[in-house]
Ligand binder design. Sequence first.
Ligand code: SF4
Length: 435
Amino acid sequence: MLSDGVLTFLPFVRRIREATVSEERKPSIKKIRSTGAMKRLMAEYFAELDEAATTGSAKVAWCTSVGPAELLRSFGFRVYFPENHGALLGASRMAAELIPAANAFGYSPDICSYLTSDVGSFLQKKTPLTPAFGMASVPKADLLIYNTNQCRDVQDWLAFYQREWQVPMAGILTPRSLGEITSTHIESLATQHRELIPLLEEVSGQAFDIDRLREVVASSFRCTQLWKKVLRLAEHKPSPLTFFDGTIHMGPAVVLRGDPRAETYYETLIAELKQRTAEQLGAVDGESYRFYWEGMPVWGKLRDHAETFAEHRACVVASTYCNSWIFDGLGEQDPFKGMARAYSEIFIVRSEEFKEEYLARMVREYEIDGIVFHDAKTCPNNSNNRYGLPGRVLDSLDVPHVVINGDLNDLRMYSEEQARTQFEALVEQLHERGS
Ligand code: SF4
């Protein structure tokens, strides 16, 4: 369904569509040279996980994406992130054939499609890790650790593997919809992190070492600050990167935070992007419009979306999703309080008022012309259009927006035609305004 204010522009949209078939409007997607270094780093990461799981050389811990990865790494665990596998299942479009297996097993098509595609992958014994990294399967866990800061689905997801493998599972229960984050919140969450220690000692066979934890948290903090720098380079006009680039290059910040190799990678990427800004080389040729993406990516359509925006000289310069791996809180002196703060400060955990102010700030700081809200059918937690937020934020800012209905992984919920119409309607609105 089209959002208000867009319907009137449909005739113009049709005209645009006719124009876009012409050869001269073919999009040029600029390749980031550092991608090769990132792919090698990700291959190393998966090779180490595979080696640990198949030879027993190190213990493997599964950790939800904004869980206590630093604490696990300080015990020498190889840390695996099931949501990263979920994204790979979506991007490779394997999710479509695997989700029905999870549905048949009893998981509803309405719940997180990362969960259902991952469980389907396990049941069907098919994973994109095989063609991409030569792994026979996902690495079997010795331990499962979650944080419910983002949703309850992550706990249910890991519980599937707990039942399959009979391995220990524990987690952090974070309150949601937080406005101000108080010292009571931080104390409670820091305590929950500390209470994991006996289990981690038992499974890893290693004693807790506070100095090692401080080292890992410090590295993770440096990594997250470098990632922030990457994203902030998009404030430049023209932007040297797009949201779609960000979804790929965030890989090391997601799976290797706390490992110095991630820091090295971002130093390389920043150097390349700074060179682009110095040369006024935008990620999108002739950047005319700057958009914000609110919500999950549609993983199986990243390239299509990147091309559609580029066709219209529109650059999606910023997003809530990529910003979600900026953990300023890790800079706290006390590593437990740092993790507690970092993983409760992020957007998904916060109140509507916080989200409104945050989006308004993003619009100002990145000089945003329009916002795309992605209503992901199976992830209400990352779909922020459902309770009137777009109207409240954007009416006051006078920035047009559209809502696309889709999903992160389940392409049965997505219409190519409708999404394209929405994107083009947004561009046309801006064109009509003379922006
Ligand atoms: S936040 Fe959304 S996409 Fe992520 S695990 Fe939870 S339901 Fe799935």
